[in-house]
Design a protein around this ligand. Structure first.
Ligand SMILES: [Zn+2]
Length: 131
């Protein structure tokens, strides 16, 4: 199951980053860019993510996915289009098949929110009264 390996990779990466930052007690949310052509089903990913988080710092974390539409550019005529689903990979302007995928294969963690312990008590220095 592709989604499960993606979820495990995301959890690994976030847990490692959280482990490097001192005092992280829990991860609240992870924002992930998911390309339209990455072959990931969002529902299946959300389910796998929940399983992958169990017993880690990410337990209970929310997965927020941002869909990235697929875009392609024609090499001969430089026309750009949204490839859609199922993806259209021949140029709609000139019919060329020599095209380049610009976006849509992303699987990228863009943002992580975590908690690093209780909010710090006020540590303001006492104000020295100047006379
Ligand atoms: Zn073209």
């Amino acid at each position: 199951m592709h989604e499960m390996s993606v979820a495990l990779a995301v959890v690994d990466q976030v847990a490692e980053a959280a482990g490097r930052s001192a005092g992280v007690t829990a991860v609240r949310s992870v924002r992930l860019q998911v390309g339209e052509l990455a072959g990931v089903v969002p529902d299946a990913l959300a389910f796998s993510f929940e399983l992958a988080c169990a017993g880690t710092l990410l337990e209970g974390a929310e997965l927020i996915t941002e869909a990235v539409p697929g875009r392609a550019r024609c090499t001969p005529c430089a026309y750009e289009w949204a490839v859609g689903m199922p993806p259209r990979l021949t140029c709609p302007a000139c019919g060329a098949t020599h095209t380049e995928l610009l976006a849509g294969r992303e699987l990228r963690i863009v943002d992580v929110h975590w908690e690093d312990g209780p909010p710090h008590a006020s540590t303001r220095e006492p104000i020295s009264e100047e006379r």
